[in-house]
Design a protein. Structure first.
Length: 357
């Protein structure tokens, strides 16, 4: 197969491409605008492979999308290109509306035009896989507020209640994808994933930010009391799941992908500190750098995924535990300090975002 991956230079997209090139015979066209979070260094391991091609294209540029479709003739699309940081969406929601909603619309229309011109066999085999987030569902009951809260999980039929400009823009794009299936018969699938972590994660996100701040002796900021709960998914487990859905998933279906690892944010930070205490010991524990700051506006308190559908129907389940995945992640950042310095180009120095509201 020829698979067009949008946002392939980003954190999850690059993991997907590395997985496909390393573990399958398929070829990949990486279409990425190369914003601050896109980095071709993430793909050095596969960049010279003849089955890999790169196109620097904005998904809002219909002319360029049409050219790429005509030139490469893909058999499937895995759409990961998105603005994805909640705090940035609070500061500047316009970019999220443009990329996540207008961009998804533009890509859908370019793909539908291309799909309509395919012969019957290729048309029936074509797939458009839209990658989304569990944040579209809003949040779940928290154990501190409800005794049986842990029995509540996001399923594929949970109603959408997005809380932030980011999650609202992703919810909007999900609705567009479903509408293009219903109205035009365009063959789409959707996945909604929990919080990813792992190598090559841009250091605005919690885990890489804490690792790097800890090593530099900087404060480790915790929003509110740090009792917000997230389900953590190792990015390479997610990449396996996404490829499985793109190639074996049923058209029109939604699949939730989670790591079965509910952790409070404070527990995540403390675990990172414990790992660093053992691997890069100092006179005091890194946990002494933990600092509590004002909570994020509209902060969701708990996310938790029921991933039983993808396990039962497609046979996927995560291979990494939170402990094994986090250990690998911390070690990767210890071994790749130069990468960390290069991706922080001076415009972002791990300062707090999302307070201008």
């Amino acid at each position: 197969m020829k698979i067009l991956v949008t946002g392939g230079a980003g954190f999850i997209g690059s993991a997907v491409i590395r997985h496909i090139i390393t573990n399958t015979q398929d070829s990949v066209i990486n279409l990425d605008k190369l914003t601050y979070a896109g980095n071709l260094e993430n793909l050095l391991a596969v960049g010279e492979d003849p089955r890999y091609a790169f196109e620097q294209v904005d998904i809002c540029n219909r002319t360029e999308l049409d050219r790429v479709f005509k030139q490469y003739q893909p058999d499937a699309i895995m759409h990961l290109a998105a603005e994805s940081h909640v705090d940035r969406s609070i500061d500047g929601p316009a970019e999220f509306i443009q990329t996540n909603i207008v961009g998804t619309y533009t890509l859908l229309e370019a793909a539908r035009t291309y799909w309509n011109a395919l012969d019957v066999e290729r048309k029936s085999a074509f797939r458009f896989h839209h990658i989304s987030t569990d944040e579209v569902y809003g949040d779940l009951p928290h154990p501190s507020d409800q005794a049986n809260a842990t029995e509540h999980l996001f399923t594929e039929t949970t109603a959408y209640q997005p809380s932030s400009p980011y999650s609202a823009s992703k919810a909007s794009s999900d609705h567009l994808v479903r509408a293009w299936l219903r109205t035009y018969g365009f063959p789409t699938l959707i996945t909604n994933c929990s919080n990813n972590y792992g190598p090559y994660h841009f250091p605005e996100k919690l885990i890489p930010l804490v690792i790097l701040n800890a090593l530099e002796g900087k404060p480790l900021p915790i929003y509110g009391k740090g009792d917000q709960i997230r389900d953590w998914l190792y990015v390479e487990d997610h990449a396996r799941a996404l490829y499985l859905v793109a190639t074996q998933g049923k058209v029109g279906e939604t699949y939730n992908i989670g790591g079965h690892n509910e952790k409070q944010n404070l527990e995540v930070v403390q675990t990172i500190c414990n790992i660093l205490d053992k691997r890069v010991p100092t006179k005091t524990s890194y946990a002494e750098q933990i600092t509590y700051v004002a909570d994020r506006p509209g902060h969701d308190r708990r996310y938790a995924i029921d991933a039983s559908k993808i396990e039962q129907e497609l046979g996927w389940k995560p291979q990494e535990t939170f402990e094994s995945g986090l250990g690998k992640t911390v070690q990767w950042y210890l071994d790749n300090q130069q990468w960390c310095q290069r991706v922080q180009d001076g415009s972002y120095q791990r300062e707090r975002l999302g307070v201008a509201y």
